[in-house]
Write a protein that binds this ligand. Sequence first.
Ligand SMILES: *[C@@H]1O[C@H](CO)[C@@H](O)[C@H](O)[C@H]1NC(C)=O
Ligand SMILES: *[C@@H]1O[C@H](CO)[C@@H](O)[C@H](O)[C@H]1NC(C)=O
Ligand SMILES: *[C@@H]1O[C@H](CO)[C@@H](O)[C@H](O)[C@H]1NC(C)=O
Length: 495
Amino acid sequence: MFLYGIVLFAVAVVSSPLKNDYVINNKRFPENFMFGVATSAYQIEGAWNVDGRTPSIWDNMTHMNPDFTPDKSNGDVACLSYYKYKEDIKLLKAMGVKHYRFSLSWSRILPTGYADKINELGVAYYKNLIAELKINDIEPLVTISHWDLPLTLEALGGFLNEDIQWWFQDYARVVFSLFGDDVKYWITFNEPRQTCMGGYGYGYYPPAIHSEGLLEYVCAHNLLRAHARAWHVYNNEFRSTQGGKISIVVDTSAYIPASDNEEDKVAADTKYYFELGWFANPVHYGDYPEIMRTRVDQRSRAEGRSQSRLPVFTDEEKNLLKGTADFFAFNTYSANIVQHMDDPPISYPPSKYQDQGVRDFQPSEWQNSTQPSWFKIVPWCMRGLLKWIKDHYEDPDILISENGLCTDDDEKRIYYIKNYMSYMRDAMELDDVKVFGYTVWSIMDNFEWQLGYTQKYGLYEIDFNDENRTRKARPSAEFYTNVCKTRCLTDECVD
Ligand SMILES: *[C@@H]1O[C@H](CO)[C@@H](O)[C@H](O)[C@H]1NC(C)=O
Ligand SMILES: *[C@@H]1O[C@H](CO)[C@@H](O)[C@H](O)[C@H]1NC(C)=O
Ligand SMILES: *[C@@H]1O[C@H](CO)[C@@H](O)[C@H](O)[C@H]1NC(C)=O
C-alpha cells in the first residue's frame, strides 16, 4: 500500500459530519464472505538476487539511491518470506482468513522479463506457496504485477513503451498456465494510478520520471492495454478449464462534496472520474470518462497541441477493454473533501490536477493517524464510496482488496479496521452493495516503498533489526482473528 497525500489548499470551514453517536454494525457477515489479508512480493520476500531472480525497478532505485527511503533501506531482505512462507501461512491459518492476497515477482519467474526463459526455481517458490495455501484451505488471490517491473523492461521504456502490452500478455500466459489450476482469483495490476502517477507523473516512485499530465497518461494507456490483453488470454485460453475470475485492483480515496451545492457535487464526481474512473471506466465501459476526455482535450487544444495529452483508444481497443473486470477490486485508505473552483488558467507544465479543475483537501479536524499525520482516519466515508461504485459501475460484485492503517498505536488500528468494516457492512445491509470480500493491509509490517520500514501496517509486528524477522502478534491480530471466526464486529451479532 501507499497513500500519497498532497494538500494543496487548506480551506477551512467544511461540514464534516461528526459521527460520535455511531453504533458498530452488529449484523453477522454472510457465511461465504471472504475475510483476508494482503502483501506484495517486493515488500515481503527478500531474496532479491537468490535462485535466479533479476532486479526490478525497485531494486535499482533503492540500490542506486539509498536516500530514496528515509531509513536508507530496501527490500533485499524484507520479511524473509521467500524462506518463511510456511510460517506466514501458519499465521494466516490461525487467523482463520479465507483468502491471502500476494503478488508474483515478474523477474523471479522471467529473469529477462520475457517469456523466453522460465526460471524453475522461482516457479517452485510460488508453486510451494500456493500448494501450502491450498492444503490449509486458504484461497490464493494472486496479483500478477505489483509495481516491481523487471529492470530489463524499464530499460526499454517500461510503461511508456506500448509493447508492454505484449510483454505482459506473454508473462500472464505463463503464470496462468503454471498456476491457474489452483488460482481462482487473479489480479492483473495493483493500483495503476500509483504506478503511473508515482512513476511517470510526480516521480515519487521508480522510474521517477516527472511528467504530470503527460507521460502519466501514456503510462496508464499502455497499462490498460496490457490489462486487456491479459484478460483476453485468460478468457480465451484458460477460463473454460480453470474456471477462475480476473480483474484489476484500482485505488481511490473517498471524495466528499464540500457542500450540497450542485457545483461541489459535480466537482466530487469529476474527482472520482479522474482518479478512480481513469481506470475503472475503461475496464467497464471501454473508454475514459467523458469528463476526462472533454477537459483534457480542451486544455490540450488551448495549449496549442494538435494531439490531446490524453491518448485515444482505437475502436478495437475499446472493444477489447470493455468488460475486463470480472469483479470490482479496489484499495482505499482515506478521504478528501472536494470543492468547485474556477478553471485554472493554462500554464506550463500541465498537470492532472489542473486538468481536473477541482480543489481537494483534508480538514485538520479529521482524526490523524500517528505516522504519518496526513493519513486521516475517516471511516464514515466508506458507505458513500461503496454506493458511488455501485451506482456508477452497474452494481458490481466488489472486493475491498486493501484497507488498513499505518500507525504505532495499535488501538487506533483496531478502531480503524472495525469502523471501516462496520460502514462497509452498513453499505451491504442498507444500500445492497454487493461486497463479497475485505482484505487487511497487511498481515505484517513490511517494506513500505519509499517510506522504507518507518511505517507500520502489520497485524503482526516485525523488528527489522532482528535477523530472523520474528513475527509477533499485535492485539489487532487477535481482533481480526475474532472477526474472521465469528463473522461479526461486536461481542454479539444477529444473523
Ligand atoms: C537505474 O537507476 C539509475 C540511477 O537512479 C538510473 O540512472 C537508471 O536509469 C535506472 N535504470 C533503469 C533501467 O531505469
Ligand atoms: C492532525 O495533525 C495536524 C498536523 O500535525 C495538526 O495540525 C492537526 O491539528 C491534527 N488534527 C487532529 C484532529 O489531531
Ligand atoms: C535466529 O535463529 C537462529 C536459528 O534458529 C538462532 O540460532 C538465533 O539465535 C536467532 N537469532 C535471534 C536474534 O533471535
